[in-house]
Design a protein around this ligand. Structure first.
Ligand code: 9WN
Length: 432
């Protein structure tokens, strides 16, 4: 298993970063790179550092870390939307997009400071010698500042996603309502390259894509300036915010180690403020989990759909005991089935939800990054036996599915791409 996972990471390495999968995703993705670095640190600490450094060379001057960094050697038709759609170096110039690298203009969850800290800890000596954290710290701090300063669209102290691709869970049923208001772009205005590699029944629908295209076009036409963009989709997602909080704690450790030590307190305070806002704005005691908040609905209400993103705050330190207890009850109950005989891994969406589909992407299948984060959260809250069982289940599903992108949560059968980088990386991490 270790050998297989290492082989995948070696083959998916392109010289300065790692592709999630050669066919379906032939460029560098933001949160993928963070998870990949966490696994790569066991294989080559230098590559793990390089993975993150490469991503951050594409950071925009306003602090945003784009969700895709395009490889200029890959033909335009290999992935949609391609650089000629995003036009970052021209349309993004006002927001400080790099002139020499093409990127997307939206973001993904901020797992990077957490990853940087874990990479550092794998070999502190090499990290210090290379000034890894010293160089990365100001970039990570600017990244978090972008999110907290420019993306608090609800004014309540949380980060809002402005596109369904931003939380990394593209077609989650949580977006169905907020997306219903978006007029899809005409199908003949774009060509879906993903269907050259993935089965249509496993992927988002054409209607989803029409809306993804419309929203990205609107943002691009506003030259990616958050103050001017219509942001007709604006959702506070518990996953993004939980990962930001975990990363803000990591940033405090990074500042103490390699940044201005006085900054560490500021990061801890910011983590505490974000945690309070997360509890205040997204916790639903009745549901026993965190929900998304749709900022564009009348009354800007919580979305009554259960996504696994609503369990991810388990990685946030210092949650009140009653919240942790309720989250565990929900995770192990009928909606997510953690630890039950007929559920192999925690699904991305409510097993009892109307929209549940065991095959289709983020509408039911189980994903390895989500389960890895939950395993970490369980350990953080002292649920060692549950964490051990989940670890075993993750490794077994990763192995039997040929390191699939996602699996059917009931059977563990692989779906989507195989030899998927973050599956390999996170399996390697659990094995080490
Ligand atoms: C759009 C690369 C990415 C992941 C996302 C996953 C999928 C892209 C796509 O692949 O999204 O960003 O083309 O479907 O949803 O989480 O980062 O692995």
């Amino acid at each position: 298993m270790r050998r297989t996972a290492r082989g995948v990471l070696l083959r998916n390495w392109t010289g300065a970063s790692t592709v999630p999968s050669h066919g379906l995703y032939p460029h560098q993705w933001s949160w993928d790179s963070a998870f990949i670095a966490i696994g790569l640190r066991h294989l080559s600490v230098l590559r793990a550092q390089r993975e993150l450094e490469t991503l951050f060379t594409a950071q925009w001057e306003d602090g945003r870390v784009p969700h895709i960094v395009f490889n200029p050697a890959v033909p335009l038709g290999a992935y949609f939307p391609s650089p000629d759609f995003w036009r970052s170096s021209s349309a993004g110039a006002a927001a400080g997009a790099p002139a020499a690298t093409e990127t997307s203009g939206i973001v993904q969850p901020p797992v990077h400071a957490l990853a940087a800290w874990l990479v550092h800890r794998a070999d502190p000596e090499t990290s210090r010698r290379r000034g890894f954290l010293r160089r990365l710290y100001p970039r990570l701090a600017a990244w978090h500042r972008y999110l907290t300063d420019r993306r608090d669209l609800g004014g309540g102290g949380l980060v809002a996603a402005v596109h369904p691709w931003e939380p990394g869970m593209d077609n989650s049923p949580c977006w169905d309502r907020p997306l219903a208001r978006i007029e899809p772009a005409a199908p003949d205005t774009f060509r879906r390259a993903d269907l050259d590699h993935g089965a249509a029944e496993d992927r988002p629908t054409d209607l989803d894509y029409g809306r993804y295209v419309r929203l990205a076009t609107e943002y691009r036409d506003a030259r990616y300036r958050d103050a001017e963009a219509p942001h007709s989709f604006a959702v506070e997602d518990p996953g993004i915010n939980a990962l930001l909080i975990a990363s803000e704690h990591a940033l405090a450790s990074i500042a103490a180690e390699a940044g201005p030590p006085a900054a560490a307190d500021g990061h801890r305070e910011r983590a505490a403020r974000l945690t309070a806002a997360l509890l205040e704005r997204l916790w639903d005691a009745e549901a026993g989990q965190f929900l998304c908040r749709d900022l564009r609905s009348a009354g800007s209400g919580l979305v009554p759909e259960r996504s696994a993103a609503g369990l991810l705050p388990l990685i946030v330190p210092g949650l009140p005991d009653d919240v942790v207890t309720a989250l565990l009850r929900t995770a192990t109950g009928r909606h997510f089935g953690l630890g039950s005989a007929d559920v192999r891994l925690v699904p991305s969406y409510d097993l009892c939800g109307e929209a549940f589909n065991a095959k289709r992407y983020w509408r039911g299948p189980a994903w390895f990054n989500v389960n890895w984060l939950l395993e970490r959260g369980l350990r953080q809250y002292g649920r060692e036996a549950r964490a051990d069982a989940l670890r075993t289940a993750i490794l077994s599903a990763a192995d039997s599915s040929s390191l699939a992108e996602y699996v059917d949560p009931h059977t563990g059968r692989g779906r989507g791409a195989r030899d998927f980088s973050w599956t390999a990386a996170l399996a390697l991490d659990l094995l080490t």
